[in-house]
Design a binder for this molecule. Structure first.
Ligand code: HEM
Length: 428
């Protein structure tokens, strides 16, 4: 072990000790769940459980992202997402994550950061790219890639599942969706990571370098846009934006914002559902056994996986007027954090919420895709990727090992893994 690794391990251990103490000893008013290290240490679900039980509408006055409200119960989050007049996603009001702000100089507008009615006009344009018909066309290609990726994995030695499987399948699928050259699919990942990485993440970079990467990304998509205008008729996402009545004349920053939304929206999310799936199947071997015995259970795999993993830990809204929730007075302009990670473990709705239960009857009530008008437009595509991958895994991988020391992402937004080491049996 290097000296650097020893130092990292001991600081992780002292963090864990501090988090454990804080969880039990801090008064509820002083609890700050929005600490990236809390997420990488795997403590966030326990902090959120305390909020859910003791203060489901909780005000955090001090901390890196404070002040902010935490909403932790499933029913409250659903109600807030339906009331888009009171709880805004608009960038001008503050945006959609705990760290976003209206005066971010590197912000580009996209429809996820818009309120009705404008939001719907843009969403409608790209919706056909995710229609059941279009996904049925994509399915054979995604299946062939799943097989190819799995066949190429080493046997009898440890490898990183995140890089070899989760990122690889996500990158290829995103490129297909966008009509982007397959041989450059990893550029999409590189750009997307640099856009959202927070300090502590390996992809975190200086504002200057981030700007340089953005220019590289925008320059490439400018060329694709020009080509689509010249040769219309395609059904990829950029073709749809270039042909859409509402979008073909949109200002350049809005085009860039929507490109970023699509590459960021489809990257960490799908990746972490795939990474979470191997972790879940290893942690709950009885679920895997049931799946092998009864492949019909595959239909419930993605919903239960998304409930259990919750790749996006939260979305943020901003109150547009004073409002009272569960007796708490939220003021106009306050930041309201919807913790999906908590809603998906809400014992009022889900029995044994921390367990992965493949045949859970109400797994589809999970909020991992959000709820209401902004509910994820890529939900069906995410399901297609996870389901197809597992169909192909069940066909050709009889057993696997997952190392205990998976590395989690230090982020309050992306709930996932940087590294998951996996070993497959030697052939024969
Ligand atoms: C919206 C999660 C896959 C594109 C969202 C939202 C969440 C989410 C939580 C916001 C909902 C809200 O504000 O209420 C996920 C998860 C995924 C996934 C967990 C995978 C497991 C994808 C994929 C794409 C995509 C594959 C396509 C490239 C989008 C877009 C929006 C969105 C464009 C904005 C929708 C709107 O504002 O109307 N997603 N997503 N997502 N997602 Fe996904």
């Amino acid at each position: 072990m290097t000296q650097e690794q020893t130092t990292e391990n001991s600081s992780a251990a002292s963090n864990a000790q501090r988090f454990e103490q804080d969880l039990h000893q801090l008064p509820i008013a002083a609890l700050d769940v929005a600490q990236p290290d809390l997420f990488s240490a795997g403590f966030a679900p326990r902090y959120l459980a305390r909020l859910r039980h003791e203060a489901p509408v909780h005000y955090c006055a001090e901390g890196r992202f404070a002040p902010y409200w935490s909403i932790t119960r499933h029913s409250d989050i659903e109600a807030i997402e339906l009331d888009t007049e009171t709880f805004s996603s608009a960038h001008a009001n503050g945006g959609i994550t705990i760290g976003s702000s209206a005066d971010d100089p590197q912000f580009f507008p996209a429809f996820i950061s818009m309120d009705p009615p404008r939001h719907a006009t843009q969403r409608r344009v790209i919706a056909p790219a995710f229609s059941p018909e279009r996904l049925a066309q994509m399915e054979p290609q995604i299946r062939a890639w799943c097989a190819e990726i799995l066949e190429a994995l080493p046997r009898g030695e440890w490898f990183d599942w995140v890089d070899r499987v989760s990122i690889e399948l996500t990158a290829r699928t995103l490129a297909l969706l966008l009509g982007f050259p397959q041989e450059r699919s990893r550029d999409l990942i590189r750009w997307s990571e640099a856009m959202v990485a927070l300090p502590g993440h390996p992809a975190y970079t200086t504002p200057e370098n981030k700007m340089r990467l953005m220019q590289e990304c925008f320059g490439t998509f400018d060329a694709i846009w020009a080509a689509r205008l010249e040769t219309p008729g395609g059904d990829d996402l950029i073709s749809l934006l270039a042909q859409g009545e509402e979008t073909r004349h949109m200002p350049k920053p809005e085009f860039y914002g929507n490109v970023l939304l699509l590459i960021v929206g489809g990257n960490d999310t799908t990746r972490n559902s795939i990474s979470g799936s191997i972790v879940a199947m290893h942690a709950f071997p009885d679920a895997l056994q049931k799946l092998r015995a009864d492949p019909d259970l595959l239909a419930n795999l993605t919903p239960e996986l998304l409930r259990w993993q919750t790749p996006i830990a939260h979305m943020r809204r901003t109150a547009t007027r004073d409002v009272t929730i569960r007796g708490q007075h939220v003021r106009r302009g306050d930041k309201v954090i919807l913790w999906y990670l908590s809603a998906n473990r809400d014992e009022a709705l889900f029995e044994r919420p921390d367990d992965f239960v493949l045949e859970r009857p109400n797994a589809r009530r999970h909020l991992a895709f959000g709820f209401g008008v902004h509910r994820c437009i890529g939900a069906r595509l995410a399901d297609l990727q996870v389901r197809t991958l597992w169909e192909e895994i069940l066909r050709r991988i009889p057993a696997f090992d997952v190392a205990a020391d998976s590395v989690r992402v230090p982020s309050t937004f992306i709930n996932g893994y940087q590294q998951v080491m996996v070993r497959l049996p030697r052939p024969g």
